[in-house]
Design a protein around this ligand. Sequence first.
Ligand code: ADP
Length: 983
Amino acid sequence: MTKDLSQDPQKSLCKLDEKEMNKSNLDHFRGIQNPNSLLMMLNVFSELSGCPCLLMNFEDKYVNSCSCNAMTLFNGGLIKNGESLFGRISEMKSEREDACIEIVYGPHARGVFVPVKIKGDLYGYFVYGQFVEENDPIAVKIANGDKLTNEEALEASLLKVLSREEIEENIEKSIRFAKGIVSQIEMSYELQNEIEKNKQAANEIRVQKTFFENLFENSPDAIAILDNEDKVIRVNKEFEKLFEYTQEEVLSNKINDLIVPENFKEEGKKYTKQASLGQVLEFTTVRQTKYGKQIHVQVTGKPIFLDEEKVAVYAIYRNVTEEVWQQKQEQIIYGITDLLNSALSQVELVHRIGDLLQPVVGNGQMFLDLISPTNRSLRSFSQKSSKYDQISFSESLSFSAIRRKRKLNLDEYQIKEIVDKNSLSLSEFPMRWIGFPLVDNDLVLGVFGVSSLNSSANLDSDTLKLLELVSVQIALGVKRKKREMELKTLHRSMEQSPASIVITNRDGDIEYVNPKFCQISGYSVEEVIGKNPRILKSGFTPQDVYKQMWEHLKIGEEWNCEFLNVKKNKELYWERASFSAIKDEFGKITHYMATKEDITESKRIEKDLLEAKNKAEESDRMKSAFMANVSHELRTPLNAVIGFSNLCNDSMNINEILEFVQLINKSGNQLLEVIEDILNFTMIESGNIKKVEEEFLMTNFLCEVKKLAAQKQILENKERLTLKFNADKRYSRILVRNDFQRLIQVVMNLFKNGLKFTNQGVVEFGYFVDGEKLKIYVKDTGVGIEKDKKDIIFDKFRQVDDSITRTFGGTGMGLAISKKIMDMLGGRIEVESEPNKGSTFTLVLDCIISKEKRSEVELVDANHMPTILVAEDELSNYRLIETILKRNKYKVIWAENGAEAIRICKEKSNIDLVLMDMRMPEVDGMKATTEIKKINPNLTIIAQTAYAMNGDKDKALEIGCDDYLSKPIKKELLLEKIKSFIK
Ligand code: ADP
């Protein structure tokens, strides 16, 4: 170590300069105030004592040292022989904490450790001593009192090696010094601490003050500090801003006089009292600004105590006007929404909305002017009236808002200007008028607003905003009410619709039917909901119709059609239906609707009308045809009459003239018939004929028919036809009561037709009893009648063939007359016919008075043996003929002369054939034949001529005989001829 010193002792002994020492070594003593002064004291002590002293921490690192010449220091540690000098001391740490420790190493090395303890905390040790090595030659010399060389003396002075006594003396001093220093340090430390504390406290007050000032001035709430008399001591900036006062204006003024509105004065007093009692207050109220604007504030009031004495009160005012307004606004809007959703009448609604708005509009009166559905007037509801008034546009300022489609906020002058400009006649003149048009999709529904008769209505911008919001609500409400009304009307109109309505979903399931549907179809609503309308299908509407219908409906097209549907009770009915698709707002089909009308009745009427029309046309056509027919029917015989009569002149022989006269006569009769038909028809039509009843036997009726039929046959030129007459052989006598002549007329009409429409074959007349009824028929083998014409032929003027080219003549009156007569006689006409085979017209009458049945024998006779009347004056001749005939199953009646033959023919109707001898006494065969033919022209008469003379034969045929036989009678020829007539 010495060599280190010799090299650079200053450097090696004083390793640390001050700067470095402050930086690191004093860190440990940082808690000690002013360590530099400590260091300074160490140096002074070291100088004075000539002994090094230092501060050490617990790791035995020295912290600070004066010039420590006597110690070998290495790397900050006190080293001896490479070991820490105080290594053992650190092991003794606990023991040395409070006590001073003295260590002696040898004669030159001894030191003392004085603890540095400040306020109970041990910081380290004050070390004082000389730690020179034992064998250090200079130290030995000094210890032995040996004389030092100059060099050694210099080194010794440098080392300050002290003698033992010196050291011991200095140790005592150093202990006292160290203790003094420590207590001084402790004192200075405490003082320093005190100063520090005070400084901190002062600082804190300053900070707090600044903090308070900032808080107070920059508070977002208005704050006022009041003295115990409620007078303002100080207010912050926000207070000035909120209440529109300056600091100067408020100072020393009572707070209640400054910001409490008139109607809140009592409340203000109450709170002041509570505050004076030191209560903490928290309430929301209304206060006003210097300029009277009312604001909602939330107030917090608290007393300020100083040494338990209330010195002041501070009041914090938070502006909650916006929130309160917002709340109120929400309440109003919700309230109005509720009202609009209610089922109130318009008048009630306006009253209730008015009540809700009252707090915000003050003395303004609310009104609602709705444009009437006709668009020509206004339905005016006002808060003060109990009904709505129908007023014209010129009676309301609303007209202006409607026209402009925007909000109007008018003052007195603007109102006057509008009134003058538009010549409005208002019932009262407001000072302020605000109207908001209620608009729905660009369409103005009306005007909602507030009008005030004085200008003090509280209609500030916030109120206006609220009213605007309300107007939107009302527009929605009015729109909804309108829609509801429309829906109601629509529903009612559907319910009351005279047409039946069916609405189905997309799948065709019924969702709605109206009462008319139920009435028509017979189904109840419950029975059809969810069903498919196909329940109405009758099966008569072609499938194709439904297919087409769906094709149209599915692409949203309308479809109209007539259906023959079936009701619940299986009754068929006609419907005219109009189908359409119902679409949603996106154009998607959601439902289908059918509007249907029961057209069964109109179909029937239509059919009737069509029939009537056809009939009328037919009748018109028939009339023309009839006129043509009549004309023809008249002209034909007239032509003959005029033609033949013109031909007659004196150059003609009598035979020719007779022939012409016959023709003229025939034509005349035809004419007569036509005219009689016309007259008959007219009389019947005009109801001028009467039933003349009489009793008669059907045999007589038959005789009459036979007679007239024969005449008709000739008149109709139908001699080639065979006439047959059939009585009901089961009865020998049928007595009836009816109009004989009219019945004959009908039969002859039928007979005439039978002849007319038959070209070959037979026309037969007959009658029979059918139960209680008498049936008279005329049957022919003629052209017959088509089935579909069977009915029309009984209509007047109707003919099966009414063309101009028709084959048969006639006027079409015969059957019409016949039918009418039959109606009158209490009977009816039936017809059976087959084209080309023939027709049978049957008269059915309920007119039998009595009837007598034939005996079985008579019946068999009548049935099986034709009766032949043999007029023969020669008995032998008669017997011969009788024998032949009887043998051949003929019944024979004998008439001895012509007169008897006539009589028998008159009396008996069952004679089928007469064999007439031409030469007989009294009434000869010629005369008898003529007479009999008159009675019954159809009765076959075969003449017997005595001579085979052509003249006789011709004569016989001429007078009406059907055939002749020459005498002597030949059996075969006789039978053959008879058979040819009687089958
Ligand atoms: P008209 O014989 O003068 O024409 P009617 O009233 O007697 O008038 O008869 C009406 C129509 O009825 C006739 O035109 C004819 O077409 C049809 N008709 C009547 N009777 C017969 C019959 N026996 N056979 C065929 N057609 C008949």
